[in-house]
Design a protein around this ligand. Structure first.
Ligand SMILES: Cc1ncc(COP(=O)(O)O)c(C=O)c1O
Length: 455
C-alpha cells in the first residue's frame, strides 16, 4: 500500500472485512429462508410415505371395464418384463440407440417391430406414439400444416368427424388449430352414423367456405355404444373428394381384424393399451400413400444463436416417442395379439349371449346397434336405478356389490346406464358376471319389494 495516504490501507481492510461479514450474514439469511420454505413445502406434503405403501385394491379381480379389457396384459408378458429386467429403468430401450431416434433402434428390434405393425394393419409405415391421442394429434398437425403450406385454396381448417368420436379427437383438432364439424347420428336407442351424412356435411362445408374439409375422420368403433362406424363407405366418399382420411381404431386394432386398405384410409390411429394387450401409454400411427412423408416429416428448426438443428427427429411425434417398458410389453404381446384377432367371432358370440342374459331382467336393454358387433356394451338398467334410489349407498351400490363379488370396472355412481365389456374372459367368468348381475337384482327386488321380473 506504499504511496497511499496513511491509514487508508487499514480502513480499506476493515471495510472489506465488514463486507465479508455482511455477505456471510446474507448467506446465513438465505439458508434460513430456504430451510423455512422447505419446511413449508414438507408441511404441505405431510406424508410422502403413503405413496410408498400404495396397495392395488383390485389386484386379481375380474375386469369388466370396457376401456381396459382389450389392454389386459397376458400374465406371461407381465412375468417376462420383470424376469428380463425391462422394468429397471425408464428409458429401457435406449442402451443401443445408434441413430438418435427411438423408432430406428435395432436392439431391441423397434425398427422391424414398427414395420410389422404397419403390415399387420395394412399400412406402409408406423410410428409409436404416446397413446392414440398423440397419433391423432400428429394427423391433425399434418392436416393443419397442409392447409397452411400446401393447399391454401383447396382445404379449409375444418375437420369432419363422426358424431361419436372420442374427446381426444376433438382436443387433438383444437390443439392443432382446427375446427370440428360432425354429421348427425340416428339418436336413441341405436345411435347409428350414416356415411351419407358425411357427404352432406362436405357439401355444406364447401358451400360455406368454398373449400373442402382438410381431414375426414371415422371412429371405427365408438366409445359410447360400441357401434361399428361406416369406415369403408366414408373412405369411398373421402377418396371421391380427394380429402385425407383417418380411421381411429383405438377400440378395434388388436382385438379384431383391421386392415386400413379396406377403409381406403390414409391414417390409422391405434391404442396399444386399449386394444393390444400392452402397458400404457402407447399408441401407433400407421400411414399409407402420399401422406406418410408429410406426417413423418423431420424437424426444420434452426436455433438462432447456436445454429443447432435436429434434422433427423420426426416433428409430429416429438423426435423420440415412448422409450420404455410399454413398447417392450407390446412386442411381447404381439404374437398373442396376432392370434387373438382370429378369435374375434368367439368374442362376439360371448357378447351377444351376455346381452340376451342381461335383457332377461325386466327393463334392461342394450343401447347401440343390433346385432351388436363389438365387445363394448352399453345397457339401460332402470331396475338398478330403482334400487339405487332406495339403497343407502345410492348410485354407488352396484359397483360396490360387484367389487365385493370380485368383479371390478363398473363406473362408480352410475346405475341408470352401465357400460362394460367381457372381452378376453373365459366362459366361466362370463357366466360368473351374468350370475352376479342377476343375483344382485334378485336380492334387492326382494328386499325393496320392487315390481320387476328377474330371472
Ligand atoms: C375411441 C378412442 N380414441 C382414443 C382414445 C384415447 O386413447 P389413448 O389413451 O391411447 O390416447 C380412446 C380412449 O378411451 C378412445 O376410446
Amino acid at each position: 500500500m506504499s504511496g497511499w495516504p496513511s491509514g487508508l490501507g487499514k480502513r480499506l481492510q476493515t471495510a472489506v472485512r465488514g463486507f465479508e461479514s455482511l455477505s456471510r450474514l446474507q448467506n446465513l439469511f438465505d439458508a434460513a429462508q430456504r430451510t423455512l420454505l422447505w419446511l413449508v413445502v414438507m408441511d404441505k406434503i405431510k406424508d410422502a410415505q403413503r405413496y410408498a405403501h400404495l396397495r392395488n385394491h383390485y389386484k386379481g379381480l375380474t375386469i369388466i371395464q370396457a376401456i381396459m379389457t382389450g389392454g389386459v396384459v397376458p400374465e406371461e408378458v407381465q412375468k417376462r418384463l420383470f424376469e428380463e429386467g425391462w422394468t429397471r429403468t425408464g428409458y429401457t430401450l435406449c442402451f443401443d440407440c445408434m441413430k438418435g431416434r427411438s423408432d430406428l433402434i435395432a436392439k431391441p428390434p423397434v425398427d422391424t417391430f414398427l414395420e410389422d405393425i404397419a403390415s399387420f394393419f395394412g399400412g406402409e409405415q408406423a410410428q409409436h406414439t404416446f397413446g392414440c391421442r398423440a397419433a391423432q394429434f400428429a394427423v391433425m398437425k399434418t392436416a393443419s400444416e397442409m392447409v397452411k403450406e400446401y393447399d391454401t385454396n383447396k382445404f379449409a381448417p375444418v375437420v369432419l368427424a363422426d358424431p361419436l368420436c372420442h374427446y381426444t379427437t376433438a382436443l387433438a383438432a383444437e390443439a392443432a388449430g382446427l375446427q370440428l364439424t360432425e354429421p348427425p347420428h340416428t339418436g336413441h336407442p341405436e345411435y347409428k352414423v350414416e356415411a351419407e351424412g358425411f357427404r352432406q356435411k362436405i357439401e355444406e362445408i364447401k358451400r360455406k367456405t368454398g373449400k373442402l374439409p382438410c381431414l375426414v375422420i371415422v371412429t371405427h368403433v365408438d366409445p359410447y355404444h360400441g357401434n361399428v362406424g361406416p369406415a369403408e363407405k366414408v373412405g369411398g366418399i373421402a377418396e371421391e373428394y380427394g380429402v385425407p382420411y383417418m380411421v381411429n381404431a383405438a377400440y378395434t386394432a388388436g382385438v379384431m381384424p383391421v386392415d386400413m386398405r379396406d377403409f381406403k384410409a390414409d391414417f390409422l390411429t391405434v391404442s396399444a393399451h386399449k386394444s393390444m394387450a400392452s402397458l400404457g401409454p402407447l399408441g401407433f400411427l400407421v400411414t399409407r400413400g402420399e401422406w406418410t412423408e408429410k406426417a413423418f416429416r423431420c424437424s426444420k428448426i434452426v436455433a438462432e444463436g447456436t445454429g443447432r438443428t435436429w434434422k433427423n427427429k420426426i416433428l409430429n411425434v416429438f423426435g423420440c416417442s415412448i422409450g420404455g417398458v410399454p413398447l417392450i410389453s407390446s412386442m411381447y404381446a404381439f404374437p398373442y395379439v396376432l392370434e387373438r384377432v382370429e378369435k374375434w367371432e368367439t368374442e362376439l358370440e360371448k357378447t351377444r349371449w351376455f346381452i340376451q342374459q342381461m335383457e332377461k331382467m325386466e327393463g334392461v336393454r342394450l343401447i347401440g346397434e343390433r346385432p351388436h358387433r363389438h365387445h363394448l356394451m352399453h345397457f339401460e338398467t332402470p331396475i338398478f336405478w330403482e334400487i339405487s334410489r332406495r339403497h343407502k349407498r345410492k348410485g354407488f351400490f352396484l359397483a360396490d356389490e360387484m367389487v365385493n363379488r370380485g368383479i371390478v370396472g363398473l363406473q362408480r355412481g352410475l346405475t341408470k346406464n352401465i357400460k362394460l365389456s367381457l372381452y378376453g374372459l373365459g366362459w366361466d367368468d362370463v357366466k360368473k358376471v351374468r350370475d352376479n348381475f342377476h343375483e344382485v337384482a334378485e336380492r334387492y327386488v326382494k328386499e325393496f319389494k320392487l315390481d320387476y321380473n328377474v330371472p
